[in-house]
Design a protein around this ligand. Structure first.
Ligand code: SF4
Length: 470
């Protein structure tokens, strides 16, 4: 969300696909609804009917705003893909709202993606030199041009897709839908989640498993890093586009982005956060009376901290769920009022208490400062801030918008400096080691905390890094 109070972290998108299920477009609507937290800027659905004809509806806004009437009933067919978009970096122009749809002599197709390529600029330049004309700034369009770059050369489509994926570096979870098949592709680094499920005789793929629960589908497995799964009347077939394979799942998916009822690579998101809260207590205990979490994404970590510490877990902050999503006010005074509309301290709970405030991360520090101030104004005698992730010091190049580098408070200040800036009585962050331990993982992407990027970085990304690091 775009107001000054919201944490400045956003995932770029969510994808959903369904094959072999009646009313596929309506099912996709429910799937996208469950993925709405991954993007609120725009959404779209493309379906294919029994005659192989494509139907598309897309627009800017929430799923409930774009699909208002009975247009979904008119989208026939048992196969569809859908997309929810968040895109600060590339702009929410309607051309970027996905799925993108392409006409081609060899057959029409549609593409949706979550993630970001680090060599997008190089690939665009390469394709433009060969004559491609781009209409959007979406990586999905790059994939379409790469797949079709050899024109009508006769060869199986999967070979063209595998060749194209091998030219791409970075994070992606592409869904490609042709007139009779859906391909689900995940990058070889495994940076973002993509799961496969079953619904009756049909199949479902989604960025998060919470979308399966919404439509009554059963989880089968995650799409593997470097894998292309083809779903058609033969069932599910698997190809690897790369032998290189790592499980560098974005740690922010566990910490903040994903819904707590989703499971990512065998680990429930709520359970991960709760465990991280317990580890946070072990690493940074505090003398206090109550534990309070910042709604909503920090509540699980706060529960874990409370359980490990033996302190009562209290609802010291309440979030008003009915605030509009684009609450942008022109003046500081109005913005402060907006903060109070969005989040309130519960005076009778925090008054006279020493509070441990658990949050999932600190980005700019402005949100933390306001919440600490709010708790103190409500009568809290001390506020000890505990963050269930390490200090965020580096930008993300993989589709998670963590605001610009020089706005990251921990890139400019040490922990004591941040403590003073947010007005807390004490401040501690979770260690990097605990991020692995909380999910019992051997691999993770922790680049925004450590600067250790799991992929190659191209000159464009490196320029951002250098410019901001001065
Ligand atoms: S850099 Fe950070 S936000 Fe980006 S993929 Fe890695 S862990 Fe996630």
């Amino acid at each position: 969300m775009n107001n000054d109070f919201e944490k400045q972290i956003h995932d770029e998108c969510g994808v959903f696909g369904i094959y072999g299920v009646e009313h596929a477009a309506s099912m996709t609507y429910y799937g996208l609804h469950a993925l709405q937290h991954r993007g609120q800027e725009g959404c779209g659905i493309v379906s294919v009917d029994e005659e192989g004809k494509f139907h598309r509806i897309k627009g800017k806004g929430l799923v409930t705003e774009v699909f208002k009437g009975d247009e979904l009933q008119a989208m026939e067919g048992s196969m569809a893909i859908g997309h929810v978009l968040y895109t600060a970096a590339k702009g929410n122009r309607i051309e970027n709202v996905q799925p993108l749809f392409f006409h081609h002599q060899s057959g029409d197709f549609a593409i949706a993606n979550n993630g970001a390529l680090v060599n997008a600029e190089e690939l665009r330049a390469y394709l433009e030199r060969r004559g491609s004309l781009f209409q959007s700034s979406s990586d999905s369009e790059i994939l379409a041009h790469l797949v079709k770059k050899d024109g009508l050369v006769e060869r199986p489509r999967i070979h063209a897709i595998i060749d194209a994926l091998n030219m791409m570096e970075g994070a992606f979870t592409f869904l490609i839908m042709t007139a009779n098949r859906i391909y689900a592709c995940r990058d070889k680094h495994g940076l973002h989640p993509l799961a496969l499920g079953r619904l009756g005789e049909g199949y479902v793929v989604a960025s998060e498993t919470c979308a399966f629960d919404t439509i009554g589908a059963e989880y089968i497995r995650d799409i593997e890093p470097g894998e292309v799964v083809s779903i058609d009347h033969h069932g599910v077939r698997s190809n690897l586009y790369s032998q290189f394979k790592h499980y560098n799942m974005c740690s922010m998916e566990y910490i903040y982005l994903a819904r707590p009822d989703s499971d990512i690579e065998g680990c429930n998101v709520h359970a991960y956060r709760k465990e991280s809260g317990k580890l946070l207590f072990q690493e940074a205990p505090s003398e206090a009376d109550i534990v309070v979490g910042v709604p909503d994404s920090s509540l699980s970590a706060a529960m874990g901290y409370a359980e490990a510490s033996g302190l009562p877990y209290e609802m010291g902050l309440i979030k008003n769920k009915y605030i509009g999503r684009t609450f942008i006010q022109p003046t500081q005074a109005l913005r402060e009022k907006g903060v109070r509309m969005k989040l309130s301290a519960v005076r009778t709970i925090v008054k006279g208490k020493r509070v441990v405030l658990v949050d999932d991360s600190i980005v700019r520090g402005t949100t933390s400062r306001r919440i600490v101030t709010m708790l103190k104004e409500a009568g809290a005698t001390e506020v000890h801030v505990r963050i269930a992730s390490p200090p965020m010091t580096e930008p993300c190049f993989y589709g998670v918008d963590t605001t610009s580098y020089d706005e990251l408070i921990s890139a400019r200040m040490d922990v004591e400096g941040v403590r003073q800036a947010i007005g807390a009585d004490s401040l501690a962050f979770l260690s990097e080691e605990a991020l692995y331990k909380a999910g019992n993982r051997q691999e993770l992407c922790t680049a925004c905390f450590t600067g250790r990027y799991p992929t190659a970085l191209y000159h464009n990304s490196v320029n951002v890094k250098c410019k901001c690091k001065k």
